[in-house]
Every structure is written in structure tokens, then in C-alpha cells.
Ligand binder design. Structure first.
Ligand SMILES: *Cc1c(COP(=O)(O)O)cnc(C)c1O
Length: 459
């Protein structure tokens, strides 16, 4: 009888990495600074102090190669980490490919995605700085769920402004946030000036992430014991997510593999950066040479169609200016099911690496992605969140190329969340009700127009 197939590569709790990797240390060229919108000058720690604790502000700009993960954070991580690495034997067989496909599964976390990897340290550093409460925004609800869980671990309060449309249509995430002890308000709300101003003009507003950010930031800025937390895009968020890539490196080494291709889905870039950065370090050190490929939705293609320019992180224009690939901060993407990928900009770190030619990017329509998600569910037995189906579609595309060429490539991806609360999206796909949106010349013209309205700072 043939030897049994090994599906999972596991690490013990003792083997879990105890440091995050800071890619800033090893970048071939430094990224452009974050600018103050009023002065056009680089922001300093004091500009950020009303919203973030000093430990996180320092991580945002740190040049240290590694940051020790605090004991208290490691202790919470051990509830679900190290996460498993799977070899997708059954998917490979269904495709008839000689490629070997591995996926790092982050759906085992309490929130069902990679987001607690940063929510937990963010809550911890805030508590350490004497903060009692965190505010945030959430769209579909994944980030709100992760932050509510993290706050519960440290006895902190969590207040979440959830975009009204999702609050009404996707009640399960709200219930999960409340189960973890968080409070959820539909946004726009009458609790903030920002919310009241919108409601006065549009009483039936269904909200947007930009409005919800404005409400959460307003409450944090006004209360000394309250800070704001962001779930993607920023350097410290990507730093915390490198635990994914560090574990995957150890796991692949256990089975004697080095990847030829990394693929990941990109919304703000945090799960992709978290997987890819430790592998980029190994590549720059000459120990491996994987191609690293980001996959974004065709309906919100910030890397492949956006411009590399200074832009705001939010719709209202309240944040500092970050140089990033952007579709313009007032761009409203189509309401595709991969809610976590509907962001107008891309992490400055990912954008910079893309400009430097260290990363590739492609865009995929949601039907192709859901087809990949359904194939994956039927072979591997795991229903992925809509976001990582983008990465799976790209992995499958490459595996089919390998079938043509006979190449035995090793493909690695992050399966960054499960889709158990996204089943209506699968229902839409399976019943033929899903529409696709290609990027058009008119979209491109609208983005070019929006970008002419950006603040005049040195581009
Ligand atoms: C939030 C989220 C994303 C998008 O965020 P990134 O910062 O790009 O990782 C992707 N997948 C899932 C499951 C998410 O919850």
C-alpha cells in the first residue's frame, strides 16, 4: 500500500515564532513618509498620539528587524496558533496538476480570519498605555469581530460603528461582536457630529466605511481613555501579521519544500504582507526565489489600475496622507461579496514594494473566484471566505499552467478566513444571480478625475 498522504503540517505551541518581522529594515529603498495634510510635512509621533498608543506609533516607524511579541500576546495567540498549513492534495488531484499547492489556514482563529493576529496586540498595547476602550469601524464585520474578541481578552470596552447596509443585511457578525462583549452602532449614528451631519441631510443613508471611520475617530479623539484601532493598511498591522509567514516558513521547511509562487488576496494588504514579507526576506538573502503575486478584485483594482500617489485613508479626508496605490478616496466600489477587498487604497508598504518590482499583481472577477471557492469546498472540504477565493483562483490558474508545462511548482497561499457567515454569497453564485463587473474605460476616467482633486503635496 502507498504511504498515506500528509494533509497537515503542524507546529507545536513551543515552536510558535516569538518575534514579528519588520520588512522596513530590509527594504531595498525606504518608502516615502506619511504627510500631514495641512502642512505637507512628514507626521511626527505627536500627530498620531490622540488616536494610537506610543508602542504602536513607534512600531509604525521602527527600523528594527524584529519586534519581540509580548508574553501576554503570545498567550492569547496560543488559543489558536500555530495555525495549520495544509497540502491541497485533493484539489491537486481534481486539477490533474503536477504542482504542489499549500495553504496556510487562518480560519481557525476565534473570529474566523487572520484579523485577531493584529487585534490582540493592538488591544494589549492600548491597555498597557492606560486606555480602557477602543473604537473602530467595520464593514461586513470581520474586523469588528476580531477587535471585540481582543478587547474581551484584556477586559477592555469595544465600540464598533458598522456600515448601516451591512448592519441591516448581515446580522450574524453583529451578534458575534455582541457575544464577545462589544457594542455595535449602525453608521451613520446620532451619537457623533459626523453621523448627525449625514443623517440631517440623508436620513435614510446606508452609510459607508468612510463615514464609520469618521464616527469612530471622533469618539476616540474626544475621550482621553479611548483610542481608535485600524485593521489593515498601516505598517504596524502588517508587522503583526508576519506571524503567518514566519510559521509557514517553518512548516514548509518541515516537509523540505521551498515555494516557487506565493499568491494572496489584497484588500488593504495585511494578510498578503503577513504571508509574503518573511519569504521576501529569505529571497533577498538569496535562500529562495519565489514569485510573489497579489490578487485583487476586478471591481476594486487599486494595484493594477490605481495611481501611486498621496491620498487620504478615509472618504472624509480626516487621516494623514499616505503614498499608496489608490483609486481616489471617494471611490465607491461595486458591492461585491468580498467586502474585505472593497478599499480604495493599498497599504503603503505593499504599494512601495510593487513600485520597486518586488511584487506582481493581477485582478479577478468574482464569478471566477467563486468558481474556485466552490471547487475548493468540494475537494478540500473547506468553504473559504469570498476574499481568499481570489487567491485560490490565482493558485488554480497557475496549477493548470503547470499541467500544460509539466512543471512541479510549489504554490503557497493564505486561506485567510472561512466563509461560514458568507453563505448568502455562495447562494447567489450557485443560483446564477451573481453579476460580474469588469473594469471599464469609464471607471478609469472617473478615477483619473478623482485623482486630480487630491491635495497638492509633492507626489
Ligand atoms: C479583512 C479581510 C481581508 C482584507 O484585508 P487585508 O488587510 O487585505 O488582509 C481579506 N480576507 C479576510 C477574510 C478578511 O477578513
Amino acid at each position: 500500500m502507498a504511504a498515506p498522504l500528509q494533509h497537515k503540517v503542524l507546529l507545536t505551541e513551543d515552536e510558535m515564532p516569538t518575534r514579528w518581522y519588520n520588512v522596513l529594515h530590509d527594504l531595498p529603498t525606504p518608502p516615502p513618509p506619511v504627510l500631514h495634510p495641512g502642512t505637507g510635512q512628514p507626521v511626527g509621533p505627536d500627530d498620531l498620539a490622540p488616536l494610537f498608543p506610543m508602542d504602536l506609533i513607534l512600531q509604525e516607524v521602527s527600523g528594527e528587524q524584529y519586534v519581540d511579541i509580548p508574553e501576554e500576546v503570545l498567550d492569547v495567540y496560543r488559543l489558536w496558533r500555530p495555525s495549520p498549513l495544509f497540502r491541497a492534495h485533493r484539489l491537486e488531484q481534481a486539477l490533474g496538476t503536477p504542482a504542489r499547492i499549500y495553504y496556510k489556514y487562518e480560519g481557525v482563529s476565534p473570529a474566523g480570519s487572520h484579523k485577531p493576529n493584529t487585534a490582540v496586540p493592538q488591544a494589549f498595547y492600548n491597555l498597557k498605555a492606560g486606555i480602557r476602550k477602543l473604537t473602530t469601524e467595520t464593514g461586513a464585520g470581520q474586523w469588528g469581530t476580531a477587535l471585540a474578541f481582543a478587547c474581551a481578552q484584556f477586559g477592555m470596552e469595544c465600540e464598533v460603528w458598522q456600515v448601516r447596509a451591512s448592519y441591516d443585511q448581515k446580522p450574524y457578525r453583529r451578534m458575534m461582536i455582541e457575544t464577545f462583549g462589544g457594542r455595535v452602532h449602525p453608521s451613520p449614528s446620532d451619537l457623533t457630529n459626523a453621523g448627525r451631519a449625514i443623517l440631517a441631510e440623508h436620513p435614510d443613508s446606508t452609510g459607508s466605511l468612510g463615514i464609520a471611520i469618521s464616527e469612530a475617530v471622533e469618539v476616540a479623539a474626544q475621550n482621553a481613555d479611548t483610542n481608535y484601532a485600524l485593521g489593515s493598511v498601516l505598517n504596524h498591522v502588517l508587522l503583526h501579521q508576519t506571524i503567518i509567514g514566519e510559521e509557514a516558513l517553518l512548516q514548509l521547511a518541515k516537509v523540505g519544500e521551498t515555494p516557487d509562487l506565493l499568491v494572496g488576496c489584497t484588500g488593504g494588504g495585511s494578510n498578503f504582507g503577513g504571508l509574503a514579507f518573511p519569504f521576501l526576506r529569505e529571497k533577498w538573502a538569496g535562500r529562495m526565489s519565489p514569485v510573489v503575486r497579489a490578487v485583487e478584485p476586478a471591481a476594486c483594482p487599486s494595484l493594477t489600475q490605481g495611481t501611486y500617489a498621496y491620498d487620504f485613508g478615509d472618504t472624509a479626508g480626516m487621516t494623514p496622507l499616505m503614498k499608496m496605490h489608490t483609486l481616489g478616496h471617494d471611490f465607491i466600489p461595486d458591492p461585491i461579496h468580498a467586502g474585505g477587498l472593497r478599499y480604495h487604497g493599498m497599504s503603503p508598504l505593499i504599494s512601495h514594494l510593487y513600485e520597486e518590482g518586488e511584487l506582481e499583481a493581477i485582478a479577478k472577477t468574482q464569478s471566477e473566484c467563486f468558481a474556485a471557492g466552490v471547487l475548493f469546498a468540494r475537494t478540500e472540504g473547506n468553504v473559504p471566505a469570498p476574499e481568499p477565493t481570489h487567491a485560490l483562483a490565482a493558485a488554480i490558474e497557475e496549477a493548470l499552467r503547470c499541467k500544460e508545462s509539466g512543471e512541479e511548482k510549489v504554490i503557497l497561499t493564505a486561506l485567510c478566513g472561512h466563509g461560514h457567515l458568507d453563505l448568502p454569497a455562495y447562494d447567489a453564485y450557485l443560483s446564477g444571480a451573481m453579476s460580474d463587473r469588469e473594469w471599464t474605460d469609464a471607471d478609469q476616467a472617473a478615477v483619473a478625475e478623482a485623482l486630480t482633486k487630491l491635495p497638492a503635496v509633492s507626489q
